[in-house]
Design a protein around this ligand. Sequence first.
Ligand code: SF4
Length: 150
Amino acid sequence: MQGSVARICTSFIDIPGRIAVVVYLAGCSIRCKGCQNPALWDSRNGTLMSVEEVLQKIEEHPLADSVVFLGGEPTDQIEFLTALCQKVKKVSGKDIMLYTGREFENLPESLVEHMHIIVCGPFREDLLTQSWPASSNQRIFRKKDGSWQH
Ligand code: SF4
């Protein structure tokens, strides 16, 4: 299985206070007004990579304690994203975070079960926050002791 991946890099801002590996998936069908990554709306702006190739790139960031999926809209590649999360959880043990324009209640459990943090809902540029690279209307869910809190 392959997915369209635009960039994999280290981030100090996508989970405030933590070092993360960030995986930008290309392609977005949601298209929020004021999106900060419109170049990633088109899935052709990524490179096709296998789950194993992405995992290998993630493993090149040993200082990172977490993996963040954003884009683009990661859930537009739901099968690839789910397979990737399964592998990350099994192999690396790093926490997994998702930025998505979709609402938490619309995400499949087969994906959510692998996550530790989810920022969800459509981005609004007029509500941009300072603390997270998100807007204040977007909800932040954290898994604690097996249940979700926000
Ligand atoms: S879902 Fe994300 S990538 Fe898509 S338009 Fe909204 S902010 Fe941009």
